[in-house]
Design a protein around this ligand. Structure first.
Ligand code: IDP
Ligand code: MG
Length: 133
């Protein structure tokens, strides 16, 4: 079994899509093993997205992630990291495959409803960022 970190971002939380998006994970055989709602401050968001600090959209991205309540989840299944990326769809909802979370719910490249870890190394880092045990 593998674990990955998933976040339902502020745009989706504000539109009350929490249960709908969670049911996509459950239908796709993920177990939600940990979850919590948090409101990050800007500094937390900057730390979380540190890999993107050189990108032109970094400041907007950090403002956005800290703009409202988010739902952070640890998802578990075989191949959780890649399978989650598949059901999320491409970063830009316009380019996301039909049936993916970002295609169905995403508004724009920045308000794309969900985050998912992109590698084993980042999944471990991101899980421990939110869930210290
Ligand atoms: P990912 O979320 O699909 O892994 P990343 O490249 O890791 O995509 O980017 C992190 C987040 O930054 C994206 O989910 C999106 O919200 C935002 N982002 C990525 N590229 C752009 C862009 O070109 N303009 C504005 N926001 C972007
Ligand atoms: Mg990413």
């Amino acid at each position: 079994m593998e674990q990955t970190l998933s976040i339902i971002k502020p745009d989706a939380m504000e539109r009350n899509l929490e249960e709908k998006i969670k049911s996509v994970f459950i239908e796709n055989n993920f177990q939600i093993v940990k979850e919590k709602k948090v409101k990050l401050d800007k500094k937390d968001a900057e730390l979380f997205y540190k890999v993107h600090e050189a990108k032109p959209f970094y400041n907007d991205l950090c403002n956005y992630l800290s703009s409202g309540v988010i739902l952070v989840m640890v998802l578990e299944k075989d191949n959780a990291i890649l399978d989650n990326r598949k059901i999320m769809g491409a970063t830009n909802p316009i380019e996301a495959a039909s049936g993916t979370i970002r295609k169905i719910f995403g508004i724009s490249i920045d308000k794309n409803s969900v985050h998912g870890s992109d590698s084993k190394e980042n999944a471990e880092k991101e899980i421990s960022f939110f869930f210290k045990d």
